[in-house]
Design a protein around this ligand. Structure first.
Ligand code: TLP
Length: 343
């Protein structure tokens, strides 16, 4: 079988032999009793990296986001996020189903919503209005092509949140990428949020696993909802070990993924079939907007026939994501094949 160059997502990476070795050697215990030493080690390490009191290992990014929303809110509350946020678009309306909250969505510019927009969106206090309880930001922002949320605007939003008593959650599935690209530390990003989700199973190359971060009290309450949502896991140190390997070895190398995305974008920007916004290529994604009379489906099929996999995106676009399992040679081939098929 021919190997595809799989640029659909950084979630497609497979654990390396070194990572698997750490998984084999992991010490384990029953994590529902809090007795898995490897899970505890991972949680402590990541909490420290982000300057937070505590962390909780969860199976997926979606579960982590939804546990945080549940922990922050009461049924009938409202949360604010942007119209393209993963929490709103790709999580099966879970805030409505699992937390009973409404989602007020704001238009974004390259993934950014501003403190002014949010101020306008906060509900006044009246018994017949939902209570605005939580602001959710996403960094990097997936649907904008991995763009970095500017720290200045995070600070402005944080000030507004403090002033109005509203909590802040960060979907930081790819916060690693934002930090490596911007040079802003995890701690600096983290200090503005009451809860943070980070994923080990994206650019860091672990097969599974995310963590939520917050203060002790928040994480203790979150633990209840992790169990309620079916996320209580047992001898899961074998998975946490992959996470420890990932944070020890695969963070700084994200720079390479970012370089690969830039190479794709810069080399293909002259093709007339697509419009690529180079300014938005800030981390490991490239969005190709189709501007010629060819359907998204046809573009994806042609690429697949030539051994390249990409995903459809909204606004008649397609998305390429670079990651650990694509080599520089794969990138060269991708550029060559694009140039061969499209003009
Ligand atoms: N994103 C996936 C798809 O669901 C779109 C991808 O391929 O990019 N937050 C963000 C910002 C994400 O991009 C994702 C996954 C999640 C949360 C959910 O993580 P998982 O898949 O672990 O539940």
């Amino acid at each position: 079988m021919n190997k595809y160059i799989d640029l659909r997502s950084d979630t497609v990476t497979k654990p390396t032999p070194e990572m698997r070795q750490m998984m084999i050697e992991a010490q384990v215990g029953d994590d529902v009793y809090g007795e898995d030493p490897t899970v505890n080690l991972l949680q402590n390490r990541v909490a420290q990296m982000f300057g937070k009191e505590a962390a909780l290992f969860v199976p997926s990014g979606v579960m982590g986001n939804q546990i945080c929303i549940k922990t922050h809110t009461n049924p009938g509350d409202e949360i604010i996020t942007d119209v393209d946020a993963h929490i709103f678009v790709y999580e099966n309306a879970a805030p409505a189903v699992l937390s009973g909250v409404s989602v007020k969505t704001l238009n974004n510019q390259n993934g950014v919503i501003t403190s002014e927009q949010i101020r306008d969106a906060i509900r006044p206090k009246a018994y017949y209005l939902p209570i605005t309880r939580l602001i959710c930001l996403e960094n990097t922002h997936g649907r904008s092509g991995g763009t970095i949320f500017p720290i200045e605007e995070i600070r402005n939003i944080h000030n507004l949140a403090k002033e109005t008593g509203i909590k802040m959650h960060l979907d930081g599935a790819r916060l690693w990428n934002a930090s490596v690209a911007s040079g802003i530390s995890f701690k600096e990003y983290a200090k503005y949020f009451d809860s943070i989700l980070v994923c080990l199973s994206k650019g860091l190359g672990a097969p599974i696993g995310s963590l939520i971060l917050g203060d002790f009290e928040f994480i203790e309450r979150a633990r209840v909802y992790r169990k309620m949502f079916g996320g209580g896991m047992r001898q899961v140190g074998i998975l946490a070990a992959a996470g420890i390997y990932a944070i020890e070895n695969n963070i700084q190398r994200l720079k390479e993924d970012h370089l690969k995305a830039k190479l794709i974008a810069e080399n293909l920007q002259d093709l007339k079939t697509f419009d690529i916004n180079l300014k938005n290529v800030q981390t490991n994604m490239v969005i190709f907007k189709i501007v010629k009379n060819i359907s998204q489906k046809e573009v994806l099929e042609k690429l697949k026939d030539n051994g390249i996999l990409l995903t459809p995106e909204y606004h008649n676009s397609i998305r390429a994501v670079t990651h650990l399992d694509v080599t520089f040679e794969d990138i060269e081939n991708t550029i060559r094949i694009f140039k061969k098929i499209f003009n």
